[in-house]
Design a protein around this ligand. Structure first.
Ligand SMILES: Nc1nc2c(c(=O)[nH]1)N[C@H]1C(S)=C(S)[C@@H](COP(=O)(O)OP(=O)(O)OC[C@H]3O[C@@H](n4cnc5c(N)ncnc54)[C@H](O)[C@@H]3O)O[C@H]1N2
Ligand code: MOO
Length: 394
């Protein structure tokens, strides 16, 4: 068996990014940008007001005499003149601050009367001016190649004044769930020995969250020849293939053998992690093939630990960034674990991370409340509520 870090390093080394395409800004959500993105102008483009109020000279506002209102400045319609000592300019949030003025006084501190305005004390030290270029400068890099286009990254892309972005192609994913007992969800309750295929639907959801396009989603019976046909079909239509189940050592575990005729090179199998020992990974030509255990808890956790980095790498993202952990506080006691590195499913509560009550790989009911994985080294002792543990979002 190999360790998790070693397995991930092999996976990261062996995956190459897909080509990119130009896509309208409204269709890039969740995708990965293929090139650095530079700003095309300074933001703000000039000094602008942060408040609705009056642009004046600070030394004239404090004197107890009314100032002459000369004009107004609105976003997109600035006042081009100069603010003299005895003058004030009505100004609105986001409007250019006229020359001569060095403070904006909020209208709450102003009493305007006709074409004059005077100010009551108490407006405080803030100047309420955002300086030209204080957000970013022309030419500054706003997004780095490989960045994920989250809603917040899309603000930066739009601020960089781009209508379209160069993004990695969406990986076309083929998903094969193996197991004679599996039936589509909705049909299991009618057949006493049937199990709904739950795992592959979770994997599909995770893959779609990572920008993949599901081009094939099938269930295959535990029959080596039938599965070999599905393997060939999957490699025909997809950029990468995921198989659930049949990953272990039983007589009916065909997930790896089903790729024998495709010339798939096996790059690793059996990892010292819990759950997820049977995970395997190979390449059929340039196409990654990932095998996940059939147990739903294992399939979900290992999709998060292996498929998410794999799909990021295929889109030019950093696979290692996908599995970065951070220290978080335990909100309940955590049990000791055995010789395999262990990923406990946990829920986030105001007290901290609380391991879900059933950590068995086949358990499904508790998964709905699990939003984090607590990563524990081999032979980690029990840890008490309040301790810091390393965790990553599920
Ligand atoms: N002698 C050994 N037995 C097992 C080992 C081992 O090392 N030696 N490893 C165990 C571990 S760990 C796991 S995890 C399981 C997973 O093995 P498989 O990937 O071969 O999974 P299956 O046997 O196909 O199924 C296991 C279990 O999960 C259910 N299942 C399968 N697919 C789905 C699905 N898509 N949706 C819902 N449920 C699914 C299946 O009905 C079985 O109950 O092997 C251990 N055994
Ligand atoms: O290691 Mo398996 O994936 O737990 O039950």
């Amino acid at each position: 068996m190999i360790g998790f870090d070693e397995a991930l390093a092999i996976l990261a080394r062996s995956v190459t990014a897909l080509d990119s395409e130009i896509v309208p800004l409204d269709q890039v959500a969740g995708r990965f940008i293929a090139q650095d993105l530079q700003a095309r102008y300074d933001a703000p483009r000039c000094d602008v007001s942060v408040m609705d109020g009056y642009a004046v000279r600070a030394n004239s506002a404090g004197q107890d005499r009314p100032l002459q209102l000369t004009s107004e400045s609105r976003p997109g319609a600035p006042f081009a003149g100069h603010v003299a000592e005895s003058n004030a300019v009505r100004i609105f949030t986001g409007a250019p601050v006229p020359k001569g003025a060095d403070i904006v006084i909020m209208q709450e501190y102003a009493q305007a009367s006709g074409d004059t305005v005077r100010f009551s004390e108490g407006w405080g030290p803030a100047r309420h001016i955002r300086r030209k270029g204080s957000d970013f400068r022309e030419g500054e890099r706003l997004l780095a190649a490989g960045a994920r286009l989250t809603p917040q990254a899309i603000i930066a892309a739009a601020a960089a004044d781009r209508a379209e972005l160069d993004v990695a192609h969406r990986p076309r994913l083929a998903l094969i769930a193996t197991g004679d007992e599996l039936v589509p969800p909705g049909e299991a309750h009618r057949q006493p020995l049937a199990q709904p295929d739950t795992a592959s639907h979770a994997v599909a959801a995770l893959a779609s969250r990572m920008g993949a396009e599901l081009v094939l989603h099938v269930r295959g019976r535990d029959d080596r020849e039938a599965l070999a046909t599905l393997a060939a079909q999957a490699l025909e239509v997809a950029d990468c293939v995921v198989v659930t189940g049949g990953a272990s050592v039983g007589d009916h575990d065909h997930a790896r053998p089903m790729f024998a005729e495709t010339g798939m090179e096996l790059l690793f199998s059996r990892i010292a992690i819990k759950p997820g020992k049977p995970v395997w990974f190979g390449k059929a030509g340039s196409k990654p093939v990932l095998g996940l255990p059939g147990n739903p808890g294992s399939a979900l956790v290992t999709a998060r630990l292996f498929l998410q980095p794999l799909l990021a790498a295929m889109q030019g993202g950093d696979p290692m960034a996908q599995i970065a952990t951070m220290p978080l506080r335990l909100g309940a006691d955590l049990e000791a674990n055995g010789s395999r590195e262990t990923f406990f499913r946990a829920s986030a509560t105001p007290q901290g991370l609380v391991p879900v009550s059933n950590q068995v790989s086949g358990a499904q009911a508790v998964l709905a409340e699990a939003s984090w994985l607590i990563r524990r080294p081999p032979h980690a002792p029990a840890a008490s509520a309040g301790c810091l543990v390393e965790a990553l979002p599920l």
